[in-house]
Design a protein around this ligand. Structure first.
Ligand SMILES: Cc1cc2nc3c(=O)[nH]c(=O)nc-3n(C[C@H](O)[C@H](O)[C@H](O)COP(=O)(O)O)c2cc1C
Length: 261
């Protein structure tokens, strides 16, 4: 099991970092108890010199390898590709993800066109002073689902402005142990093979959209080479699970696509 923790707070030992570290420790305990080899790495997106997207569209039109920015983006993407699961964690800034996370999402915008993370899982986590977390979690959820990730779950934790580990454990310790158990079980049982209704529906919308793209584009070629433009292809991977759910999600996706595309 290879898990990558991606932290978008600039503050090392800040609320998000502490929360993610506790989940990481619980995951290590679960892995040990189950004799499961676990590789756990943490990357701090704010400390990797990730430059802002320049909007040149080269990644969309020619391929991400032609991006004019040369920074640690490739290292981040390589780490994401080697992981079975990412735990994406960040603070809420003004009701949404912070700029560091949004910049990371923008730099990966080409993956909305060419979902490279099919078969991988993600858990979404935000900390917040005192207000809502739904908007920030939705921003993360939309991007990662489009990229092909199976979303294991999400959590928003109220932590105040700056707190210490003891306080976090007393407020959220029980919840964080549950989050670690959910992540561990989901990965062990390979639940990514049983995609959610929303993910199945979004795949159908993407499938319809990219089937209408000009055949000369690299996006069309990517979808074609993967076999995902075949109308009988129900998801990025062969989905397990209830055929009624799969059929209904595809039907709803077809209807939604009529209005969106
Ligand atoms: C620029 C900025 C904007 C923030 N916006 C909000 C907000 O809209 N609502 C809220 O409840 N807390 C807000 N906070 C508080 C953080 O979400 C909260 O303290 C978070 O746990 C910080 O995580 P960190 O220690 O990992 O950086 C904001 C903090 C900063 C620095």
């Amino acid at each position: 099991m290879n898990i990558l923790i991606l932290i978008s707070s600039y503050r090392k030992m800040g609320n998000t970092d502490l929360v993610a570290a506790i989940i990481g420790e619980d995951l290590q305990l679960a892995a040990k108890a189950n004799n499961e080899p676990l590789v756990l790495n943490t990357l701090y997106l704010g400390h990797m010199g990730l430059e802002p997207c320049r909007g040149c569209r080269v990644c969309f039109d020619r391929g991400e390898e032609f991006c004019p920015i040369k920074d640690e983006f490739t290292e981040i993407k390589t780490a994401m590709k080697s992981a079975d699961c990412i735990i994406l964690a960040g603070p809420v800034y003004v009701d949404d993800v912070n700029g560091i996370m949004k910049n990371w999402i923008d730099r990966l915008a080409h993956v909305c066109h060419r979902p490279e993370f099919a078969g991988k899982s993600a858990y979404l986590l935000v900390t917040v002073g005192s207000s809502r977390t739904g908007h920030a979690l939705r921003t993360m959820d939309t991007a990662l689902r489009l990229w092909g990730f199976h979303i294991i779950g999400k959590a928003g934790l109220k932590t105040g402005a700056k707190t210490d580990r003891e306080h976090i454990e007393s407020m959220h310790g029980e919840k964080l142990s549950k989050v670690a158990a959910i992540i561990f079980t989901d990965l062990k049982k390979e639940r990514f093979k049983n995609p959610s209704f929303i993910s199945l529906m979004m795949f159908k919308i993407q499938q319809i959209g990219w089937s209408r793209a000009p055949q000369s584009t690299i996006d069309y070629q990517f979808w074609k080479e993967k076999g995902w433009l075949n109308g009988r292809q129900k998801f990025f991977i062969q989905p397990e699970g209830n055929f009624i759910k799969i059929g209904l999600a595809r039907f709803v996706g077809t209807v939604v696509a009529k209005f969106l595309i």
